[in-house]
Design a protein around this ligand. Sequence first.
Ligand SMILES: Cc1ncc(C[n+]2csc(CCOP(=O)(O)OP(=O)(O)O)c2C)c(N)n1
Ligand SMILES: [Mg+2]
Length: 323
Amino acid sequence: MTATWPADRLVGLYCQMYLVRRFEERCLELSRKGLIPGSIHLCIGQEAAAVGAASALRSDDLTVATYRGHGHVLARGIDPRAAFAEVLGRQTGLCKGRGGSMHLTDMSHGVLPPNSIVGAGLPIATGAALAQLHKGADRVVLCSFGEGTLNQGGAHEALNLAAIWSLPVIFLCENNQYSEMTPAYQMIKGDSFATRVAAYGMPTTKVDGMNVQAVAEAVAQAVTRARNGEGPSYVEADTYRFLGHYQGDPGTSYRPVDEINYWRARDPLLLLAAQLSAEAGMDMRLKAEEESIEVALDTAQQAALDDPLPLRDDVWEGLYAAG
Ligand SMILES: Cc1ncc(C[n+]2csc(CCOP(=O)(O)OP(=O)(O)O)c2C)c(N)n1
Ligand SMILES: [Mg+2]
């Protein structure tokens, strides 16, 4: 990592992480009240990976996230009201309420459709990057996924193709230490996912995924390579999800309390706030920023709750196949 960035820049990243954290805590409350159809997979604890990575992108770059993608989507600047509305299944949602939490999509912000098939994002990102090359565009594709994904065959085919064709992709592995309830160390012989990826012939970097500046810098380097036609890179952010795999999983039966406490003490928001608080007046400034984000989220959430559900008569709209 280079020298610490100026406070204003870090405050911007803090605010984005706070927005993601509070959006998701609100989603959890809404889910517990039975207002969210289906499952939600929260990235609470992993905000620095999503926010740091998105900060390295240009507004016309592309993002391919996963079912744990709220953070990536919000960090690309999507309107929280449209995100709430989609999660709540409303007509005004990003996908008109038909996608829900796992499919937040907004092409106007470069967010391609994510999905819940583990490993499916890598071939999609590689294909999107190939399209950029054919178009002569200099857009890059950020592809985020979990470490468990690196045991999926399609993921490896995509990594290989991206490498041999020198495609502009940044493969961001958010190593949150678990794939559902299975610890990462039980899934591979040896201890390194990066070593596997390096075998395809692309640079790999491991970074502290709880340090937003460190993630931002590592991804920015990979973006520069990709934009210069030097091909893909792999960045692995070491991180942790503070809650369960999905809203119905307490996340405590298969994870030692000491381990959870260790990572919670490395909360990316707390770490950055502590670092920033060395500046005079910073605590007050962060508090004021948090308050204004709460107000914006209150408004967005209430508007989405007041929005209508999709109509039964519209059920065939947006389908490729006729009924
Ligand atoms: C092809 C496929 N296999 C299995 C599953 C079930 N599944 C859903 S999430 C998940 C864990 C993936 O772990 P990881 O890639 O580390 O991502 P994380 O959930 O930790 O963010 C599994 C096995 C699935 N959705 N798709
Ligand atoms: Mg994982």
